[in-house]
Design a protein around this ligand. Structure first.
Ligand SMILES: C[S@@+](CC[C@H](N)C(=O)[O-])C[C@H]1O[C@@H](n2cnc3c(N)ncnc32)[C@H](O)[C@@H]1O
Length: 239
């Protein structure tokens, strides 16, 4: 069975672009597990995320830039590795973003897509998925693209319709989250999400959803939704 360590441990990362990097946590996973890498550029449309990721960055091989994944400001074939993590369901233009990632990737190099998925989750993982859906519903109300968590098959359909036909996969759990999660802090994180619609007509309805999720959190517990890592070589893509 593939694990993220044995898939990523084989990859010489070279010059890496991490699209929709957010707080840069996937960059940490890459830099801790790749066989080697030279430099990493994380891009995101969210200015605040880029500011705080830059401020917290202690790795001189890593830099962050404000940029959209569907209009990447680098020449064709500039990167040796491109990645996208837990962001497929955040993109308003998924296919354009994947085609841009493949455009800036060198001909024989590596695309990595990591995404949480909805099928076969245990009860604790469902708690995480329901909170995540709660956030997606609120962000959708606010006009921010945040789709539901995709199933594994939906993720395969997305990559395959973008020409990525031959790929390796690994399914894995976020063991660090599962070990260290603090239910109070978890509930607080989503209370802040609820706060974003204070004064809106949907507030009371969403507050009731939040309260029932918090009850579930304390009764059932929480674990991070399982994720799938998909790794392909551009040479095997039909572009
Ligand atoms: C859940 S975060 C992903 C964080 C990180 N990649 C990880 O694995 O932890 C989703 C990110 O997608 C970003 N995003 C959404 N649309 C984008 C786009 N078109 N281009 C770049 N980033 C985008 C959001 O700003 C947000 O930071």
């Amino acid at each position: 069975m593939n694990t993220i360590k044995n898939i990523l441990g084989e990859i010489i990362g070279g010059k890496i672009l991490d699209v929709a990097t957010g707080d840069g946590s996937f960059i940490d996973l890459l830099t801790n597990n790749l066989k080697s890498y030279d430099e990493v550029i994380g891009i995101d449309v969210d200015e605040e995320a880029i500011k705080s990721s830059s401020a917290g960055n202690t790795n001189e091989k890593v830099a962050y830039r404000i940029m959209s994944g569907d209009n990447i400001d680098y020449p064709d074939g500039y990167f040796d590795t491109v990645s996208l993590s837990n962001s497929l369901h955040h993109l308003c233009n998924i296919d354009k973003t994947i085609s841009e990632m493949l455009r800036v990737l060198r001909p024989n190099d590596t695309i990595i897509i990591n995404e949480l998925f909805s099928d076969n989750q245990n009860e604790k993982q469902l708690t995480h998925m329901y909170f995540h859906q709660f956030q997606a519903d609120i962000e959708t109300m606010l006009g921010i693209t945040h789709n539901k968590t995709f199933s594994k098959q939906e993720i395969f359909n997305i990559v395959e319709r973008n020409g990525i036909r031959h790929y390796s996969t690994a399914i894995y759990e976020n063991e660090s989250f599962n070990k260290h999660v603090n239910p109070n802090m978890f509930a607080e994180r989503y209370r802040k999400v609820l706060e974003k619609i204070t004064g809106c007509s949907e507030y009371d309805k969403m507050k009731a959803v939040y309260d029932s999720l918090v009850e579930r959190l304390y009764n059932v517990g929480v674990e991070f939704t399982s994720q799938i890592l998909i790794v392909a070589n551009k040479s095997g893509c039909v572009l």
